[in-house]
Design a protein around this ligand. Structure first.
Ligand code: SF4
Length: 59
């Protein structure tokens, strides 16, 4: 199964962060509308199954 960990939009929570937990990360997706660019962020786990916005990343 492809997981969030392999997605370009997945960012691990750094180990020194207050909310660090193993496998925890944030999904940050860049969006664009007529007013310009914006970002949507939500907490995810690197083991979550990928969603329809999945994009293969370099990690
Ligand atoms: S929720 Fe979707 S877009 Fe976000 S990191 Fe996971 S696969 Fe990528």
């Amino acid at each position: 199964m492809t997981t969030c960990k392999e997605c370009e939009f997945f960012f691990s929570v750094p180990e020194d962060a207050d909310d660090y937990k193993p496998a925890k990360g944030d999904c940050v997706v860049e969006k664009q509308d007529e007013k310009g660019k914006y970002w949507l962020a939500k907490p995810v786990s690197e083991k979550d199954g990928c969603c329809e916005q999945y994009r293969p990343g370099s990690r």
